[in-house]
Ligand binder design. Structure first.
Ligand code: PLP
Ligand code: COI
Length: 340
């Protein structure tokens, strides 16, 4: 246990840990997994990661459960998704078993940084892959470095599980219609920084992007997916330009089990008028309730919470998801990997 950390007030930020694990792809094959204490990377100045954005990453979490056991949530889905991201950016996909082994090793080696049960914090696992070959012409690398680092984190949005406001802005797109939105690559986040900065400076926690082609339908919510509750149904955008969120996928399963209908479809901005709840969902965001959605271009305000409190459905999702990940209720879907 690391006595110096105030677990209850951890932000969602980088806190140095003891080790990270690495694996290099060279001469057509992945090499051995290496453990290091170094938190820097030695990289060629002409590497494709630096010039042409060959960088992909993932985000998943490990938890200390009620029974003292360590659980990693749905790693298989992150392994699948990083394969799709690799294929999308012509990078070398990491085999699932190496991905798993590296996540497990990174968690075990940094066990003293796993927040204790009951603190609300978790150990964020951040796998990333970068193109290492020197190129000046625009071409993919043939050497890659895969790293798994971990860091203890608190809630993504300030204040934890409470409402925040978000805004709709048509001035910027995060991604192109047939672009890289469904992949988890650094470039998408670079493209979101200006809009995010503007939203934050106006007091909003995130931008609710519209579809980049027609600007008619709801798309991604900052670094998270979006869902709303309409007539008791769970509705969430269907779009080729959003990242398929594993949290959203999990909530859709929980919603069906709670007897709700689930619709993954185009959602127009006007429909927000008829929604009784909305939230941003993702590994970092869990499910972060939204109080109000302001359309900066029309001046229209969509009120998602009349009493200023998180809605009943989102509260239930949040509690259920946490209970599963903390081992408080049976893991009926086999979502947790218990790290022995
Ligand atoms: N959308 C974006 C742009 C994200 O960065 C994330 C975070 O990973 C998500 C959605 C949520 O995905 P997940 O629930 O798999 O973490
Ligand atoms: C996540 O939820 O894991 C994310 O990647 C969001 C963000 C911190 C990039």
């Amino acid at each position: 246990m690391n006595e110096d950390i105030d677990w209850g007030s951890l932000p969602f930020g980088y806190y140095p840990t003891d080790y990270n694990v690495r694996c290099a792809f060279r001469d057509g094959k992945w090499g051995p997994i290496e453990v290091t204490k170094s938190d820097t990377v030695n990289i060629h100045m002409a590497a494709t990661a630096l010039h042409y954005g060959q960088e992909i990453f993932e985000g998943l979490k490990a938890f200390r459960g009620v029974d003292g056991k360590i659980r990693i949530f749905r790693w298989e889905e992150n392994a699948k998704r990083i394969r799709q991201s690799a294929e999308g950016l012509l990078m070398e996909p990491i085999p699932e078993e190496i991905f798993k082994e590296m996540c497990v090793q990174a968690v075990k080696l940094n066990e003293r940084f796993i927040p204790p049960y009951g603190t609300g914090a978790s150990l964020y696992i951040r796998p990333l892959e970068i193109g290492m070959s020197a190129r000046v012409g625009v071409k993919e690398a043939d050497e890659y470095l895969f790293i798994v680092m971990v860091t203890p984190v608190g809630p993504y949005f300030k204040g934890g599980f409470k409402n925040t406001n978000i805004c709709i802005m048509r001035e910027y797109d995060r991604v192109a219609p047939q672009g890289t939105g469904r992949f988890k690559c650094g470039g998408n986040y670079a493209a979101s920084l200006t809009a995010g900065h503007k939203a934050h400076s106006l007091g909003y926690s995130a931008v609710l992007y519209l579809d980049p082609k027609e600007k008619k339908y709801l798309d991604e919510c900052g670094p998270a997916n979006f869902y709303a509750i309409k007539d008791g149904k769970y509705i969430t955008p269907k779009s080729d330009s959003i990242l398929p969120s594993i949290t959203n996928m999990s909530l859709m399963t929980l919603a069906r089990e709670m007897g709700m209908e689930v619709e993954q479809r185009h959602i127009t901005v006007d429909e927000l008028e008829e929604c009784s709840e909305a939230a941003a969902c993702g590994t970092a965001a869990v499910c972060s309730p939204i109080g109000e959605i302001d359309d900066l271009d029309t001046g229209k305000k969509y009120i998602m919470s009349k009493d200023g409190k998180p809605g009943p459905v989102t509260t239930k999702f949040y509690n259920t998801l946490n209970a599963i990940r903390l081992g408080e209720v049976p893991d009926t879907h086999g979502w947790n990997l218990i790290v022995e």
